[in-house]
Write a protein that binds this ligand. Structure first.
Ligand code: COA
Length: 159
């Protein structure tokens, strides 16, 4: 059984994230979407809300499950029995940061492989913070996020 982790803060999950998760699910037996607590990022949505939105957005994918975590990624991967981390790679600006994280994770656990899936052009410049900003200013983000996230953002910013 080949199990992969797709980690992230998912504040909130976007169509770009969903694309990576969907493609990862075609490559391995099981994908665990690891929703990071990321307290330093002061997320807009709570960890529970973020994990719930990922669950709703991925419910049609039978080999995907969602687990929140707040430990070191390499430790969490070991705990979950995952041998590979799959992440999306967008514009070239992602590279340096991802390069650093991959190198450090490799240093911490050589048995854990990291693979990257290139984002398709329509998601190349998408990010959760851009989505939050557009939604907070009353813009329409329906084309960038799953329907459940669109509804959650409308609710969050209608208060
Ligand atoms: N589509 C759309 N957006 C994407 C994306 C994709 N395919 N891939 C990344 N992004 C965006 C996110 O939306 C987010 O945007 P924002 O910052 O504008 O809101 C941004 O990229 C960063 O994503 P995030 O999910 O926060 O991931 P990250 O690359 O910063 O890493 C963890 C998050 C959880 C993987 C990382 O912090 C981690 O491993 N934490 C555990 C602690 C640990 O082990 N630390 C040591 C690491 S060496």
């Amino acid at each position: 059984m080949k199990r992969a982790l797709t980690p992230g803060t998912f504040d909130p999950i976007t169509s770009g994230h969903l694309d990576v998760i969907t493609r990862a699910a075609q490559l391995v037996d099981e994908v665990v979407v690891a929703v990071a607590a990321s307290p330093k990022k002061q997320p807009l949505f709570s960890l529970e809300e973020r994990a719930d939105l990922v669950c709703q957005a991925t419910k049609h994918l039978s080999n995907v499950r969602v687990v929140p975590f707040d430990d070191l990624l390499v430790d969490f991967a070991e705990k979950m029995g995952a041998t590979v981390v799959i992440k999306g790679l967008r514009a070239i600006t992602d590279f340096e940061y991802e390069f650093q994280m991959t190198a450090l994770n490799y240093q911490l656990n050589q048995a854990l492989e990291t693979l990257f899936i290139m984002s398709p052009p329509q998601y190349m410049y998408l990010s959760s913070s851009i989505v939050r900003e557009i939604a907070s200013l009353g813009g329409d983000v329906a084309q960038f996020v799953p329907e459940c996230v669109n509804e959650a953002l409308l609710k969050k910013f209608s208060a």
